[in-house]
Design a protein. Structure first.
Length: 369
């Protein structure tokens, strides 16, 4: 599946206009609080919800259509989105309805090759907020093959969010062994997923364990022994310390430790999603763990597209300056700029990328409008 390599967003949340913005295999987004990083991540959530048939739920969970429009209904009357995946594309317009939901207008797909000059095929409008492209694929219509490439790419996106590591978080509890197809966005099924890797994908499983030992030196291995609970077979991430056979439980892991375990599993999985999106993966991690995390992100970007939003100078220190996208604000709207190394050649002789951001040489601090 092709990466998302060009993106246009108009009128969505704090993004007034982002036109033909290019994305690469590795995209590290930095910026001050309120600059728009989370709103760009939210676009990916919205699009995935749209393809899944859950747009109405996304809109209601985010305050209704009026709250999605740039500066509200008085300023913006609709939202437009256009994406390109290699030689294919997809676009649509969301229009607020009187009951504060969204209808879809002008949904279309794009295609070009050496014989066909690039053109858009219109799919039409959907007052119910359902994607006609998704409907073509699910109903296997005559045009399904024309939509399946883009549909499969978006359907394969995963937006990971490992912020909740509290006592009730799913990652700390048992889950049925059958829930192992994909690692869920909150890692609630990490036990079954790791069990599948241990049984069927030994090289990737071993790589995850090695990465965890780098950050948690006393960690030996997971136990991953299913337990019967009535008719259900369940497993959690019980584990052993080095030099001990006493079975430790997930609640023995610190918040940072269990979050890193989830990150390592997501980034080293054997069959990654077409695009992996992670918001602030550095939360709660020791500086040494952040360096290892950056290495895992770089490894993952060799197999799939990775988009990371961060506020950690230490994390961005580990990347090339061309990997970094700065989110800022201008005239009350979010703007996004990919950095060019030639603009910082002299600075980089004496300072790291993180230091340049901290010093605001790379403009990413608060902007007073």
């Amino acid at each position: 599946m092709a990466n998302l390599d060009k993106l246009t967003i108009k009128g969505f949340k704090s993004i007034r206009e982002l036109v033909d913005f290019e994305l690469t295999d590795l995209n590290v987004i930095i910026g001050a609080n309120g600059a728009g990083k989370s709103n760009l991540i939210s676009f990916f959530r919205m699009l995935r919800a749209f393809i899944d048939g859950n747009l109405s739920r996304y809109v209601s969970d985010n305050g209704g259509a009026g709250d999605l429009l740039f500066n509200g209904r008085k300023t913006t009357d609709k939202m437009f989105f256009e994406m390109h995946f290699g030689n294919r594309g997809f676009c649509f317009t969301l229009v607020p309805t009187p009951n504060n939901t969204c209808s879809v207008e002008n949904e279309a797909r794009y295609y070009e090759n050496s014989y066909i000059r690039g053109r858009w095929w219109e799919l039409g409008d959907s007052p119910d907020g359902k994607s006609k492209m998704a409907r073509e694929v699910s109903e296997e219509t005559a045009d399904a093959d024309n939509s399946k490439h883009v549909y499969d790419a978006i359907k394969s996106w995963q937006i990971y969010h490992f912020h909740d590591t509290g006592p009730q978080a799913g990652m700390r509890h048992y889950e049925i062994v059958e829930d192992s197809k994909i690692l869920r966005q909150d890692a609630a099924n990490i036990g079954p997923f790791l069990l599948k890797l241990k049984e069927k994908f030994q090289p990737e499983y071993k790589a995850i364990v090695v990465a965890i030992r780098t950050v948690i030196p006393f960690f030996d291995d997971f136990i991953l022994e299913p337990q019967q609970s009535g008719p259900k077979s369940q497993v959690n991430i019980s584990w052993n310390q080095r030099g001990s056979d006493y079975p430790m439980q997930p609640y023995h892991l610190s918040d940072g430790s269990i979050r890193f375990i989830c990150l390592a599993t997501a980034l080293l999985q054997p069959d990654p999603h077409s695009t992996i999106i992670i918001d602030e993966p550095e939360l709660g991690l020791h500086p040494a763990a952040i360096v290892t995390l950056a290495e895992l992100i770089q490894v993952a970007a060799q197999k799939t597209q990775v988009i990371v939003a961060t506020q950690s100078p230490m994390l961005i220190d580990q990347f090339e300056i061309g990997d970094i996208i700065v989110a800022g604000r201008k005239d009350g709207a979010s703007i996004f700029t990919r950095l060019d190394e030639k603009d910082f050649t002299e600075w980089l002789k004496d300072y790291s990328v993180g230091e340049l951001w901290t010093k605001n040489v790379i403009a990413g601090g608060p902007v007073y409008e």
